[in-house]
Ligand binder design. Structure first.
Ligand code: GLC
Length: 823
């Protein structure tokens, strides 16, 4: 018997709901658009249930679903259309850590309920709808709109897999990593397929990286979904149908993690427990980096280096783009341009510059080239389905490409860096690893990959190719540098890529629109678990004018990764290229970056150790305020400094929204109340910056590069507050992994004042002792006349109020308590 349910789907006798749809299926490699009937199958009523430890299996008689309790706040869902699950292997989640002991399943009248201490996952009996509820409030966070479904893929085998959830009227969406356009994803449709997107546009999709993780926020609470599927995948946030949020993929398993909040910050932290955080970078990597396609010959590189030092503009790294190679052959040098790279790198290092070189995946087909020969002899290059080599044209001409999804190939590739490391190269920049191929775009679908022994075609491996390349680079460098922290930068990647390197947003354009876009992109990457991100400051292609470049330097000062880069056919693009007053302003901001180094580094630690994002958009600071769901210019770096970049040409002021609490204008020390908008002066040399009242912001003296001088004095800027605020300062060796053995120092400060007194307390954790002994105090905003100061009960005799009305004194005591008394 056949009948219709309320969705107009046919219900067949066997209980499987079938829907016949006519759909247009497009394959990238087969531009012929054909119309073919597709049979979508949906899960039907639950018939069988089985428990196995923390895993619960539900079956409708044919398909099976595994629900796994991962932690109190994380539950994983997997679908096996014909009952057999795929291998449980993921590049994003190396180990699904078991962090929960208390959970239970109950059978109720119309559903099964699996509960942890925090959440309940309900599986409805009659239609297999799955939902997630916050246990305490009983609030439904995410709920199936239709049961999970799939359709067979005749051409490649396996299934196209689909999940469709309800999209609530007031629900908004964030994350998804490398996406263009507005921060809020509601009403948009996306695709994940790593793409070389030269000069991408405001709404262009897809771009270079795949991070299939989003956050949903409604009823003031947040949750996340991580769809761990490497195939071409799609997300629709109420675009096709206002009431549906869907995600699907061209293959692989329908496997996703529900990650509970209720704060967006919790969701990101928990996502990061699955996919890992960024390791501590070498400290110099947080300095200013200068890049261009390309600086050559050696004379030019030296001229740039001298340009920085002679003008006292700090800089830590100079990049060599593809032209340093011999005919673009990776791991070789063009000896005409660079006759003695070892000497040059040493001379640069003596002057405080690290040299970072580019390495691409395309290996020139050339039997006289050792890398090609080794790769060929050992069968390391990718092959097509019928065993032909995957060949394509990139910079060197005809190339073959290592299969980075093969662990043996990764090991080989990692060791290829030996010579570069031996001559002093400090960092490696992996580009073109979407993988990009001229003309074709990328590899054809039939290219085969090892996929760490789990095998797959390029359909499955495409989105992880770049991540596995930078993984091999990172691991290789770590070994070759004898456990010094490697510095790697990659263009392509997949969830979990943050374990292996930092990223830049690719080939942007020198326009005001791209300044805005880059600001959003870096924030978005940060809430998507990839915090060490930056844009090509100034824009890769096109010509910025002086004002745009300076505003970009200002934004870049608060990008986790700060690098200026430009295409070869553009005019010179160094911080001094535009003359005065721009050079001086650019210098001031780059100096600010170095002054704030201990703060930036501490924020990085907070990410590495605790999984906090480095940049936090307003919506993350105050998700309960609906207007913030649409604000996208401002962000905090860590939780103490609020940055409001100027993104409009000719602006001399800008509107700023300050979140709850009190905020100090960084430049004027004026105290402003939060939860309101303010019009703030923003002359060319003034990017609006605010510091949260109660913060302790540490500063080091300005240096021309990280480590130029010994830090013998640390400046503590303490911003008075009448409510208690905690801050911290993290320090370590700066370039080793000793922090993994607790060789670090984490100082925690708490600041609280009243109308007559200010108390600052400190506690210290860790086994590292910084070299400095002198603390220079700068206490801002004290509302009373200071009578007496004690440091650990000893009177400070020498103190004064400076011209900006800040309380100044020095002390060589690593204090526990400072008290400032008023009259
Ligand atoms: C790509 C990169 C760019 C680089 C260029 C030459 O376009 O995205 O950063 O400069 O290739 O290597």
């Amino acid at each position: 018997m056949e009948e219709q349910n309320e969705h107009g789907k046919e219900i067949k006798d066997d209980g499987i709901i079938q829907e016949i749809v006519e759909e247009t299926v497009q394959h990238l490699n087969n531009p012929v658009t054909d119309l073919k009937p597709i049979v979508k199958k949906y899960l039907s009523a639950v018939q069988k249930v089985k428990k196995d430890g923390n895993k619960f299996y539900f079956s409708d008689g044919d398909a099976r679903v595994e629900i796994r309790v991962v932690s109190d706040e994380i539950i994983r869902v997997r679908l096996a259309p014909h009952g057999v699950f795929l291998d449980d292997f993921s590049y994003a989640v190396p180990v699904v850590d078991q962090k929960v002991t208390t959970f239970k399943m109950e059978e109720l009248e119309d559903h099964y309920a699996i509960s942890t201490n925090t959440i309940t996952c309900k599986i409805r009996k009659d239609d297999f709808h799955i939902s997630f509820t916050e246990k305490l409030s009983q609030m439904v966070m995410s709920e199936d709109e239709s049961p999970m479904h799939w359709e067979e893929n005749i051409e490649f085998g396996g299934y196209y897999v689909y999940a469709t959830k309800k999209c609530l009227p007031e629900e908004n969406f964030y994350g998804l990593g490398d996406k263009s356009g507005n921060m809020n994803l509601r009403g948009r449709h996306f695709q994940n397929w790593n793409t070389d997107a030269y000069s991408f546009g405001w709404d262009q999709d897809p771009l270079y990286r795949t991070i299939p993780f989003y956050l949903g926020v409604h009823q003031q609470a947040a949750y996340g979904i991580f769809f761990d599927n490497t195939f071409r995948s799609y997300f629709d946030f109420g675009k096709e149908d206002n009431q549906k949020t869907s995600f699907w993929a061209d293959g692989g398993e329908l496997q996703y993690y529900y990650i509970h909040g209720p704060h967006m910050m919790d969701v990101v932290k928990r996502y990061q427990t699955l996919t890992g955080t960024h390791p501590m970078p070498p400290k110099w990597a947080l300095g200013y980096h200068q890049c261009r396609w390309s600086y050559y010959p050696e004379k030019k590189v030296k001229e740039i280096a001298d340009g920085f030092r002679s003008r006292n503009i700090p800089c830590d790294a100079i990049y060599l783009d593809i032209d340093y190679m011999d005919g673009y052959r990776c791991f070789t040098w063009n000896k005409n341009y660079f006759p003695d790279p070892k000497r040059m790198i040493k001379e640069l290092a003596d002057d405080g510059f690290k040299t970072v070189v580019m390495i691409d995946p395309g290996i020139k087909v050339d039997d006289n080239y050792w890398v090609f020969k080794e790769g060929k002899e050992n069968n390391y290059f990718c092959r097509r389905s019928d065993d032909y080599f995957m060949e394509g044209h990139v910079w060197p001409g005809r190339c073959q490409f290592p299969d980075f999804t093969n662990p043996t190939v990764r090991e080989w590739w990692g060791n290829l860096y030996k010579e570069l490391v031996d001559i002093g190269v400090a960092g490696v920049w992996n580009d073109m690893n979407e993988p990009a191929v001229f003309g074709a775009g990328t590899f054809p679908n039939d290219v085969r990959h090892n996929f760490d022994g789990y095998r797959g075609s390029h359909r499955k491996a495409h989105n992880v190719y770049g991540m596995q390349m930078v993984r091999s680079t990172y691991d290789g460098l770590k070994k070759l540098m004898r456990n010094k922290r490697p510095f790697t930068i990659t263009r392509a990647g997949y969830s979990g890529m943050q374990r292996y390197g930092c990223v830049w947003t690719g080939d942007n354009v020198a326009t005001w629109e791209h300044l805005k876009l880059g600001n959003i992109q870096c924030q978005r990457m940060s809430v998507s678990g990839v915090p060490f991100c930056g844009t090509d400051i100034g824009g890769f292609s096109g010509e910025p004018d002086a004002e745009l470049f300076t505003r970009w330097i200002q934004l870049g000062t608060f990008s986790p990764f700060m690098r200026a880069h430009s295409a070869g056919d553009t005019a010179e693009r160094e911080p001094w290229s535009f003359g005065e007053p721009y050079t001086s302003i650019n210098r001031t901001y780059i100096e600010l970056r170095y002054r704030l180094m201990p703060y930036l580094y501490s924020v990085f630690w907070e990410h590495h150790r605790y999984g906090f994002p480095i940049l936090r958009p307003l919506v993350m600071l105050e998700q309960e305020n609906l207007s913030n769901h649409f604000r996208q210019d401002e962000f905090t770096f860590g939780d103490k400094i609020l940055v409001c970049p100027v993104l409009e040409q000719g602006a001399t002021s800008r509107l700023v929204y300050l979140p709850k609490g009190k905020w100090y204008n960084f430049w004027t020390h004026e105290v402003l109340n939060g939860e309101s908008e303010h019009n703030i002066e923003a002359a060319l040399d003034h990017m609006p910056l605010f510091v949260r009242a109660g913060s302790v912001i540490p500063e080091y003296p300005v240096m021309q590069y990280v480590g130029e001088k010994n830090v013998d004095e640390v400046l503590l800027n303490i911003y008075y507050s009448d409510y208690e605020v905690n801050s911290f300062l993290y320090e370590d060796h700066g370039d080793t992994f000793a922090y993994e053995q607790d060789i670090y120092s984490e100082k925690k400060f708490s600041v609280k004042g009243d109308q007559k007194k200010l108390k600052i307390e400190q506690s210290v954790d860790g086994l590292y002792t910084p070299n400095y002994e002198l603390y220079n105090y700068n206490i801002i905003g004290i509302p009373f006349k200071v009578k007496k100061i004690t440091v650990d009960e000893q009177d400070v005799l020498d103190f004064h109020m400076d011209e900006r009305n800040c309380l100044r004194f020095k002390s060589n005591k690593n204090f526990m308590t400072i008290k400032v008394y008023g009259e």
